[in-house]
Design a protein around this ligand. Structure first.
Ligand code: NAG
Length: 316
């Protein structure tokens, strides 16, 4: 590699969001509020599920895992975005950029696998209610979670190592608000064919297989409900599965839309807005979608507060 006439760059510049300077403060306040909502909402879910023994069921343990993943997922991009918006220092070191990319991929994949695990859990609960306890043993639940972690770790590592092979020379301005894989690939001077192929194949596998598994579980759930229609059964099934399905469509809708409609060169704005949807909006909405309409969660909140004699005694 010696003798090549190129300077290897040591940092990148993140352009952030295409926001008019006059509106910078407004958007800063908005994103700060969204980030704080994400952190507090997801923390509340994790703490509630930990404290309340009635919620120590597979469904809520998976939900708690999903909240943890959401919390980390938005913490990978949001603090840096907020810092960029406020300080005008747009630089991010090379290693920082690859680290951000690694954790971004890691938590995005983890979210995707956890949604599959949650769909499987609902499928067993509704289609085999009598065998639920024997099928979803704690050991199986733990194995599913561990398997998700291992697969996502390997997948994120693969992309990060492939990215670390590339040379970046002149252009180091990323027109995005975080170190996105495809945005980085566009800047590289060396040949990115292998990377693009791996992104295409692995991205397809990691997105399409979980999505299909989820669709299959919900189709079976709906058909099993319709086979033996009872008003209370239908209401119960739709109240839990409806919330799951809205999370799934929000997450996969934006990610698959971004992935399957490859951008023309000038569609950075569209890409950024779509990325905003799944990095900021989905993790923020998840806790509300799951808990606002959920009687178990409200009951748990009430029990936890009353047991601890925290001064909200009007409620008890
Ligand atoms: C994740 O799920 C596993 C298996 O159900 C559970 O043991 C663990 O406590 C959960 N982790 C969190 C952070 O909720």
């Amino acid at each position: 590699m010696t003798g090549r006439n190129q300077t290897v760059i040591s940092e990148f510049f993140l352009l952030g969001l295409p926001i008019h300077p006059g509106q910078q403060n407004l958007f800063y306040a908005l994103f700060l509020a969204m980030y704080l909502t994400t952190v507090l909402g997801n923390l509340l879910i994790i703490i509630l599920i930990r404290l309340d023994y009635n919620l120590h069921t597979p469904m809520y343990l998976f939900l708690s895992n999903l909240s943890f993943s959401d919390l980390c997922f938005s913490s990978v991009t949001m603090p840096k975005l907020l810092q960029i918006m406020q300080s005008q220092d747009l630089s991010i070191p090379y290693t920082g950029c690859l680290t951000q990319m690694y954790f971004f991929l890691f938590f995005a994949d983890l979210e995707s696998f956890l949604l599959v695990v949650m769909a499987y859990d609902r499928y067993v609960a509704i289609c085999f209610p009598l065998h639920y306890i024997t099928i979803m043993r704690p050991k199986l639940c733990l194995s599913l979670v561990v398997l998700s972690w291992v697969l996502t770790m390997l997948h994120a590592m693969l992309h990060t190592l492939l990215m670390a092979r590339l040379y970046f020379c002149v252009d180091n301005v990323i027109p995005h608000f975080f170190c996105d894989t495809s945005a980085l690939l566009k800047l590289a001077c060396s040949d990115t064919q292998v990377n693009e192929l791996v992104v295409f194949i692995m991205g397809g596998l990691i997105l399409v297989i979980p999505f299909l598994l989820i669709i299959v579980s919900y189709v079976r759930i709906v058909s099993s409900i319709l086979r033996v229609p009872s008003a209370s059964g239908i209401r119960k099934a739709f109240s839990t599965c409806g919330s799951h399905l809205s999370v799934v469509s929000l997450f996969y809708g934006t990610v698959i839309g971004l992935y399957l409609c490859p951008s023309a060169s000038n569609s950075t704005l569209k890409e950024t807005v779509m990325a905003m949807m799944y990095t900021v909006v989905t993790p923020m909405l998840n806790p509300f979608i799951y808990s606002l309409r959920n009687r178990d969660m409200k009951g748990a909140l009430q029990r936890v507060i009353c047991k601890r004699k925290i001064p909200f005694s009007l409620w008890c």
